[in-house]
Design a protein around this ligand. Structure first.
Ligand code: UT7
Length: 310
């Protein structure tokens, strides 16, 4: 039996920062941001809310939706590039707060593809019968590493967390295939010193190529064709990049997850956050073939093809 996502959850901060709010701070415009990125607003965490706090809320939501208790979790994997501090890991902080006393815990650094990396690791532990349930969290407080004077990046990012419980699911359902990859030669295009620095155009070109390719690759690895895909959940970085991967799969607009307008780019959190909204609003149903695909700094990428349902 395959591993699948038996429960997912999310948390976004309540504070909304609109494009108009940014217009007042930097030389940009609502019109530029909307047309170039699709972003209308993003959520920003307050100073008392750190990465682990958002991770905790999303994890509680996922645990509740999975119908398990925290003591049944065998491992916690937190994908983040904005941990509260270098160590202890966010995963160990969560282990304590959740009371997940039987869980091993670690953080994973794969930028915006981090949730994909985490789920693939979890799948292996679960399918090898090492752990029954693995908690995977994608979480970022990007606002603390955003240069609010740099219009190239300040308009793009948001804070938030998404989480999933990865466990065995019924025959035929679950993760059918995956792809992970990295190209360190592109590391110079997107990195953090004090703040995030980015060569937007280079990242854009890479993302358009990689998202389309990886989405098609996982579909074929699952023994399916693009016509079998019911729904696409791309990393919510930029509507133009997302649209290019949707077109590559030949899907209509309503078959692509879209939350970038509400939350901006929340890096490792964007895919699970978007998927939670899709499930709640009935866009993803049991037995749908769902492709998740992400890319990020590193450069890294990852994709999953899932037959949805427990
Ligand atoms: O999770 C992965 C994270 N990174 C990404 O996903 C980023 C991928 N890249 C992108 O999404 C796009 O490249 C951006 C949205 C960052 C930029 O869009 P673009 O169409 O590639 O614009 P550009 O960088 O070619 O810049 C066009 C113009 C420039 O002005 P000039 O040189 O033509 O006079 C920029 O200076 O737009 C200017 N510009 C802005 N103007 C208003 C750049 N940022 C802004 C801004 N507001 N915020």
């Amino acid at each position: 039996m395959n591993a699948g996502l038996i429960g997912i959850g999310k948390f976004v901060p309540s504070k909304v920062v609109t494009n108009k709010d940014l217009e007042a701070r930097i030389d940009t415009s609502d019109e530029w941001i909307r047309t170039r990125t699709g972003i209308e607003e993003r959520r920003i965490a307050d100073e008392n809310t750190d990465t682990s706090d958002m991770a905790y809320e999303a994890a509680l939501d996922a645990i509740k939706n999975a119908g398990i208790n925290a003591e049944e979790i065998g491992m916690i994997i937190v994908a983040t590039v904005t941990p509260d501090r270098p160590f202890p890991s966010v995963a160990t902080m969560l282990q304590e707060r959740l009371g997940a006393k039987n869980a091993a815990a670690m953080d994973v650094s794969a930028a915006c593809a981090g949730f994909m990396y985490g789920v693939v690791m979890a799948k292996h532990f679960v399918e090898a019968d090492t752990y029954k349930h693995v908690l995977v969290v994608g979480v970022e407080k990007l606002s603390k590493v955003t240069d609010w004077e740099d219009r190239n990046t300040a308009v793009l990012f948001g804070d938030g967390a998404g989480a999933a419980i990865v466990s065995k699911v019924s025959e035929g359902r679950g993760i059918l295939s995956f792809e992970l990859g990295a190209d360190g030669t592109g590391g110079k295009h997107l990195y953090q010193d004090r703040y995030i620095r980015m060569n937007g155009r280079e990242v854009f070109k890479f993302a358009v190529r990689q998202m389309g390719e990886s989405a098609v690759n996982v579909t074929e690895k699952a023994g399916l064709t693009t016509e079998d895909v019911d729904y696409l959940v791309p990393h919510q970085a930029n509507i133009r990049i997302m649209e290019s991967s949707r077109e590559r799969l030949g899907l209509p607009v309503e078959k692509m997850s879209k939350s970038v307008h509400k939350y901006g780019n929340t890096s490792a959190a964007s895919i699970p956050i978007s998927l939670v909204d899709d499930l709640q609003e009935g866009r993803v149903k049991d037995d749908d073939i769902v492709v998740l695909v992400g890319f990020g700094g590193g450069l890294t990428w990852g994709a999953l093809c899932i037959k949805w349902g427990k």
